[in-house]
Structures are given as structure tokens and as C-alpha cells.
Design a protein around this ligand. Structure first.
Ligand code: CMP
Length: 139
């Protein structure tokens, strides 16, 4: 069953390049409601845990180093058909393949430093949201 919620992170590259405001504007202009929002920084340990599903893949170690290299913005978002619509809004994982006008097309540098994360399923959106937010931090 769809929860109409997804989870996102604005990654260290997009934060460092000054794109927090523009990305949040794109997200809300596309009709997503912000349920929870946090400016924080992952450690190597918490980044490793967040991306545990990719452990063993060739990009895992670099990804963990990159994701703990600077602050990030985490958010839970709500909209009808949230998972699919958000993935359309951000574009393909590799910004070189991301459609014109998508967030990764506009703000990402590489397949690793790809500006934003978006959950790939309702189940993972719930797990990822719980990773960052308590019930009292959701509105
Ligand atoms: P994200 O959507 O956060 O999920 C996994 C992340 O791994 C992905 O975005 C990229 O930042 C990173 N990554 C680096 N290399 C690859 C790759 N070859 N394939 C998929 N993801 C990659």
C-alpha cells in the first residue's frame, strides 16, 4: 500500500555549492509537503549504516566517505504517488542521464555527488525516515 511519503537528503555537494534553497523550492513547487526537515551531518558510521544495502558494491567506501564529508539536509516529504513522482523530479542517478530540468540535471556533478537522494520504495522511505526522525519531529 502506498504511504504517499518519501525520504530525501540534499547531499554534501549540493549543500557546499549553495543549492539548499533552490532544491527545497523545486521540491515544494512540485507539490510536495514537508513533514520533517533537519540540517545535520552523517559520521562515517551513520553513513555506512544508511547505505548498508550497498555494502560490497565497488562504490560503497567512496560513497560513505563522500556522504560524511559535510552537512546534509534530510527530509520526509508527502504527496500522492510520492516515491515515483519524486524520482521523476530528481532524475536519473547519473546526472549525465538525468532529464532536462530535473534536480540532478540542474545541480549534480557526478554519479556519486548527485545532489539528492530519493527513496526507491515505500518500505525504504519508512526505514530511511525513521533513521533520521522521531515521531515528535514530524508535522
Ligand atoms: P542514491 O540515490 O543516494 O543511492 C546510492 C548512491 O550511491 C547513489 O545515489 C550515488 O550517490 C552513489 N553511487 C556512486 N556510484 C554509483 C553507481 N555506480 N551506481 C549507483 N549509485 C552510485
Amino acid at each position: 500500500m502506498s504511504t504517499n511519503r518519501t525520504f530525501t537528503m540534499i547531499k554534501p555537494d549540493a549543500v557546499a555549492n549553495g543549492h539548499i534553497g533552490a532544491i527545497i523550492n523545486d521540491i515544494t513547487a512540485a507539490g510536495f509537503k514537508i513533514i520533517a526537515l533537519k540540517y545535520t551531518k552523517l559520521t562515517e558510521e551513520t553513513a555506512g549504516k544508511f547505505y548498508e544495502v550497498h555494502k560490497g558494491r565497488p562504490f560503497y567506501t567512496d560513497l560513505v566517505t563522500f556522504m560524511s564529508s559535510g552537512p546534509i539536509v534530510a527530509a520526509i516529504l508527502e504527496k500522492d504517488n510520492a516515491i515515483e513522482d519524486f524520482r521523476k523530479l530528481i532524475g536519473a542517478t547519473n546526472p549525465a542521464d538525468a532529464a532536462e530540468g530535473t534536480i540532478r540535471n540542474k545541480y549534480a556533478n557526478s554519479i556519486e555527488a548527485n545532489a539528492v537522494h530519493g527513496s526507491d520504495s515505500d518500505e525504504n522511505a519508512a526505514i530511511e525516515g525513521d533513521f533520521f526522525f522521531t515521531a515528535a519531529e514530524r508535522f
